[in-house]
Ligand binder design. Structure first.
Ligand SMILES: Cc1cc2nc3c(=O)[nH]c(=O)nc-3n(C[C@H](O)[C@H](O)[C@H](O)COP(=O)(O)OP(=O)(O)OC[C@H]3O[C@@H](n4cnc5c(N)ncnc54)[C@H](O)[C@@H]3O)c2cc1C
Length: 420
């Protein structure tokens, strides 16, 4: 039953795309229902800092309900959507409830793809959710503890070895951060092990790190990683991962610490739209981000394959943010009887950080690396972080970490695991 006669916009996903669409629909004569299976918006670009003990989850995630407490036309529902029925114009929730819509915005993001080897997931977790971040943090910290107590030299070496698969921004940032933990943060904390013996390997199938960046920036990133002691293996494909280690090219690396930062696949929910998907499971959308035959159903962000200047747009936050705002504008225009114009992407900023005080950045046509890029990286991330409290807390944590090399959230919250 509808409570009002306003048009209803249903948004699935409270990530960058969904959140910005809902915000843009403030002061519009529509009812917005925002459905997410979690209760929070997560700032994924800083998730690696949770995984490496620099930040706590509450500093990079904000309850969606709190974000919209003053925007009265938004109702938040914490549920998982399992089917989208285009014909009947409704979505079906996991508890079988249905919600009908006049407009639908699908912003369900992406998850890891193990290139057909889903069995690797339990040995090589990826980083997408708060739970993933905490699991990886636990794994890293526990491995140093295990190295400290074992008498077996081979095991100790394995515990002090970390392999990150995939040298995109997440892989590069994780590798830099783990190396810094070993060489700076925990330098004086152990008695049996020398943490500087830690090996951090970054394995990448392409011929460079940060393949989506310019050759100069990726070379700078490579040199910064090497400066931090990270062993970078380029042209190296992973062909097996087990409980004991990982096969990278010809080399078998003994380690229980493999972190997956390689592939993405869009949400399986998109299959229920019954429209064309690309190889990564993303929906092929039109220039107005709607799906064929249904001008009132839009797919945005990581869930969409949107061609722009002949190329598909990358799965990054600025794309999702701009697309969220754009579809909200389209809906407002449709309600006013105005025509649609195609989506225009403004590619302004691209940045990745490599440990303390080092980063690579492209801002417009300008490219730069090092300390200045790191400052710009910090500024942009603080700007886009949701919530004033979080902005202040994260800035304070960063300043403290910059001065002391310490990481505030180095907690293993579980007891010693039973397997040893
Ligand atoms: C570790 C990491 C680091 C990154 N670093 C950067 C970076 O430095 N710079 C950058 O620009 N981009 C970065 N990205 C990419 C960026 O975060 C994504 O491009 C962006 O989040 C996409 O936004 P979205 O709205 O499409 O999806 P998301 O932000 O992923 O949001 C999707 C939402 O949908 C919800 N959802 C999914 N399925 C369902 C369902 N069936 N029912 C209900 N809810 C559902 C999820 O819970 C989630 O809240 C990074 C991503 C990761 C994972």
């Amino acid at each position: 039953m509808r409570e009002t006669s306003e048009s209803r916009v249903v948004i699935i996903g409270g990530g960058f795309g969904g959140l910005n669409a809902a915000k843009m629909l403030a002061k519009t004569a529509v009812d917005v229902i925002l459905i997410d299976r979690t209760n929070h918006h997560l700032f994924q670009p800083l998730l690696y800092q949770v995984a490496t003990g620099a930040l706590s989850p509450g500093e990079i995630a904000e309850p969606i309900r709190a974000i919209f407490k003053r925007q009265k036309n938004v109702r938040v529902i914490m549920r998982e959507v399992i089917t989208i029925d285009n014909r009947e114009q409704k979505v079906v929730l996991k508890n079988k409830e249905t919600i009908d819509f006049d407009y639908l915005i699908v912003a369900t993001g992406a998850r890891h793809s193990y290139f057909g080897h889903d069995e690797w997931e339990k040995y090589a977790p990826g980083l997408k959710t708060v739970t993933d971040g905490l699991k990886i943090r636990e794994r890293i910290l526990l491995s140093f503890e295990r190295a400290e107590v074992t008498q077996d030299a081979a095991k100790q070496n394995a515990y002090l070895t970390f392999v990150i698969v995939g040298a995109g921004p997440t892989g590069v940032e994780m590798a830099g951060a783990i190396s810094e933990i070993a060489h700076k943060t925990i330098l004086e904390d152990f008695r049996n092990i020398n943490p500087t013996r830690t090996r951090v390997l970054l394995v990448e199938g392409c011929d460079c790190v940060l393949p989506s960046y310019s050759p100069i920036l990726s070379q700078n990133a490579l040199e910064s990683l090497q400066g931090l002691g990270v062993e970078v293996r380029l042209h190296t494909r992973v062909s097996n991962i087990t409980v004991d280690g990982v096969q990278g090219g010809e080399e078998w690396i003994y380690t229980p610490n493999v972190i997956w930062a390689a592939g993405n696949v869009a949400s399986p929910l998109l299959k229920t739209l019954k429209v064309e998907l690309d190889k990564a499971g993303r929906v092929m959308v039109g220039s107005d981000l709607s799906i064929p035959g249904y001008p009132n159903i839009f797919v945005i962000g990581d869930a969409a394959h949107c061609r722009y200047d002949e190329e598909p747009l990358p799965g990054v936050a600025p794309v999702a943010i701009q697309q969220g705002k754009y579809v909200a504008q389209i809906i407002r225009r449709s309600l006013a009887g105005e025509k649609r114009t195609p989506f225009q992407y403004k590619d302004r900023v691209m940045m990745a950080t490599i440990g303390r005080a080092k980063a690579v950045a492209r801002v417009g046509r300008m490219e730069f690396s090092g300390f200045l890029a790191w400052l710009a990286w910090g500024l942009v991330h603080i700007m886009f972080l949701i919530g004033f409290r979080n902005k202040v807390l994260v800035m304070t944590e960063w300043m403290w970490a910059y001065i002391t090399y310490q990481r505030a959230a180095r907690l293993i919250t579980d007891r010693w695991p039973t397997e040893g």
